[in-house]
Write a protein that binds this ligand. Structure first.
Ligand SMILES: C[S@@+](CC[C@H](N)C(=O)[O-])C[C@H]1O[C@@H](n2cnc3c(N)ncnc32)[C@H](O)[C@@H]1O
Length: 315
């Protein structure tokens, strides 16, 4: 794999509100400015899922929380390999430029690398900790495949103000991240701006029923209305929003369920959520949520999953 600075086609052309603090290939990670100490307890923001400071410095300071949530899909029936399904739909040509906005710990980037993708790749994320995790995943993926020859850049950037020029990408991904942007329409506008006409924007979100049993159990344990734990932007919301920005939107739904024989992965999932650590007794909260989840005669806890991918196109 060739590594180096961001490919010219992707370089920023205008000053941006977002900082491009790190830009490198997976084997040439430039040290970012030292972050403020973040171990001091902070008050929980009113909407932690859309609070940039909380997301960068607590929830996604490392990929530990995201990894705990990703692990639970090992119990999915039928298994939905979401990065694989989405990249199959994206079908980038060999020389395309793919931008993954809110790339997180790099599951899509690593999958592209494992496929031997030869075009240019950009991963952008608000969190430096997630970019480090993405670099590590990319290093693992490319070490396993010496033939990988794509050029990869990782940058710290806000989806609502991307430091990229117009038409920079042929394929732009925004997977499970729109609900983190305070004004999702601003991100949609940026996703369209940085994608060339004739290219594709792929937006991945969850349906309203996704993890509904888990949300109901956690809400009951917290004494809250389950609606307070609903995602800020569901797949339906994303589809309506995408249709307001793009003339053509096609939707692909991937319904499935988790069948979990052991409470530990569910406990880890709940522990990764905002609010659990701040609870007076996190272990008691988790125990209460687990006991509110029905157990099947075969000893499983069954939880609905529903992710979907929107493909948005314009000329
Ligand atoms: C749930 S993770 C999804 C990661 C990855 N796209 C995936 O599907 O596996 C959400 C990611 O979006 C990032 N994020 C949140 N708000 C963002 C923003 N305004 N701009 C860019 N990235 C953002 C977070 O730091 C986190 O890495």
């Amino acid at each position: 794999m060739a590594t180096g600075p961001p490919p010219n086609a992707l370089a920023a052309r205008r000053p941006s509100r977002s900082r491009c603090t790190a830009s490198c290939g997976p084997t040439r990670w430039r040290a970012a400015r030292r972050a403020r100490p973040t171990d001091r307890p902070r008050p929980m923001p009113p909407d932690p899922w859309a609070d940039g400071l909380y997301l960068r410095s607590v929830q996604y300071k490392t990929d530990a929380n995201l990894s705990a949530r990703q692990s639970i899909y090992a119990f999915q029936h039928p298994t939905v390999d979401l990065p694989a399904r989405v990249l199959d739909l994206a079908a980038p040509a060999a020389s395309d430029t793919v931008a993954d906005i809110g790339c997180g710990n790099g599951r899509y980037l690593a999958d592209l690398a494992r496929r031997g993708f030869t075009g240019r790749v950009l991963g952008a994320d608000l969190s430096l900790g997630m970019l480090r995790a993405a670099r590590d995943h990319l290093n693992t993926a490319t070490a396993a495949d010496a033939t990988c020859s794509s050029s990869i850049a990782l940058i710290s950037a806000d989806a609502a103000a991307l430091p990229l020029r117009e038409d920079a990408a042929d394929v732009t991904l925004a997977s499970h991240m729109l609900y983190h942007v305070p004004e999702p329409a601003a991100a949609l506008s940026e996703l369209r701006r940085v994608t060339r006409p004739g290219g594709r924007v792929l937006i991945v979100l969850n349906g309203a029923a996704h993890l509904r049993q888990l949300r109901a159990a956690l809400a009951a344990a917290r004494g809250q209305d389950p609606a307070t734990l609903a995602e800020r932007v569901t797949l339906d919301d994303g589809e309506a929003l995408a249709r307001s920005f793009f003339p053509r939107v096609t939707r692909h739904d991937f319904p499935a369920e988790l069948r979990i024989p052991d409470p530990a992965p569910i406990a880890d999932y709940i522990r990764s959520m905002p609010g659990t650590h701040d609870h007076a007794d996190p272990d008691a909260l988790i125990e209460a949520a687990l006991s509110a989840l029905p157990v099947t005669p075969t000893g499983h806890r069954t939880i609905t999953t529903h992710a979907g991918c929107l493909i948005a196109e314009f000329d």
